[in-house]
Design a protein around this ligand. Structure first.
Ligand code: SAM
Length: 302
């Protein structure tokens, strides 16, 4: 680290807060980096990168470019899916010698559909400290902007490239009552959507989050029945990076709610709010108070 590097970053007024925290030595820092927009890096990530003795990264050219954008010139060590175990040993030695090691991937959060988990495992096994420095993740960004109302999500990541394997994996997900989160490469998006259409009900909502945080960012939501037409409507859609979200399976409770709503609406045509709620509760077994509140809402919006 040169003096110019540290002074440039240190000049940011809020950097003081990042600097006040403690950054122990002999620690592996798992640092999230941007998924497209370089300014999505966190101040804490910058501070850790500034302090790090070495940066373990998937691709030294890509990470070198990122570090240069922030005026940093660091020693890097390549840590990718083909050498993670060997590199882990080297990093453990360096950590034992008291260094701070930053682990990054090409984009987003390391170890999430990216290399890193084996290194973290080895460092933990060696009894050394691991600290996450959270930031961008394509899955979380897509979920946050999807409008799919479900507190639960199930991260699948990449589906198998082979059709048969993909289909059998999707079959295991059919009854999962959580939003399903898939990562997909652009050249496989059509195959992926064809398999989704074959696996799930056509009424399920699907969200395509393409090129998040980049110039041609696109977030599209539609029923699964319309998904293939959307992908094929523009040749550009077979380029760029995708997160695909699929609405989870309806639970018995959801189905019961839909039925209760249907019954309540019919009864409200003929009865008072109080009567409709009482009768709907008897018919569907749902709670009278909740149905009463819902009936008031329906009446209020009519
Ligand atoms: N570790 C990363 C994370 O935290 O999201 C994921 C890395 S994984 C190798 C790459 C996949 O993540 C892409 O194929 C795509 O599915 C998704 N992805 C990454 N960046 C994205 C972006 N800007 N927009 C949409 N999807 C993205």
């Amino acid at each position: 680290m040169t003096e110019t590097q540290s002074s440039q970053i240190a000049q940011l007024p809020v950097m003081g807060e990042a600097a006040q925290q403690s950054y122990p030595t002999a620690t592996l820092y798992v640092v999230a980096t941007p998924i497209g927009n370089v300014t999505d890096i966190t101040l804490r990530a910058l501070h850790v990168l500034l302090l790090a003795d070495v940066v373990a990264c998937e691709d030294t050219r890509k990470t070198g470019t990122l570090l240069t954008r922030f005026g940093l010139n660091k020693q890097m060590i390549a840590a990718h899916q083909h050498n993670e175990r060997e590199v882990a040993e080297k990093l453990v030695t360096r950590l034992r010698a008291g260094e701070r090691v930053a682990l990054v991937s090409d984009a987003g959060t390391p170890a999430v559909s990216d290399p890193g988990a084996r290194i973290v495992d080895a460092v933990r096994d060696a009894g050394l400290n691991v600290v996450p420095v959270p930031g961008s993740s394509a899955a979380i960004a897509a979920l946050s902007a999807s409008g799919l109302v479900n507190d639960r999500f199930y991260f699948v990541g990449f589906l198998p490239a082979k059709t048969k394997q993909r289909e059998s994996e999707l079959a295991t997900l059919k009854a999962v009552p959580a939003t399903l989160v898939f990562y997909e490469a652009p050249h496989r998006i059509t195959d992926c959507v064809e398999s989704l259409v074959a696996a799930f009900e056509p009424t399920r909502q699907v969200v395509f989050a393409r090129e998040l945080t980049k110039l041609f960012e696109e977030i599209h939501r539609c029923p699964l029945a319309d998904a293939l037409a959307w992908v094929k409507a523009d040749a550009n859609r077979e380029r760029g990076e995708f997160v695909v979200l699929v609405e989870g399976a309806q639970t018995e409770d959801d189905e019961g709610d839909v039925e209760a709503e249907r019954v309540l609406r019919i009864l409200l045509e003929e009865c008072s709010v109080k009567q409709a709620a009482a009768l709907a509760a008897q018919i569907t077994g749902k709670k009278k108070n909740a149905l009463y509140e819902r009936a008031l809402q329906i009446k209020g919006t009519d």
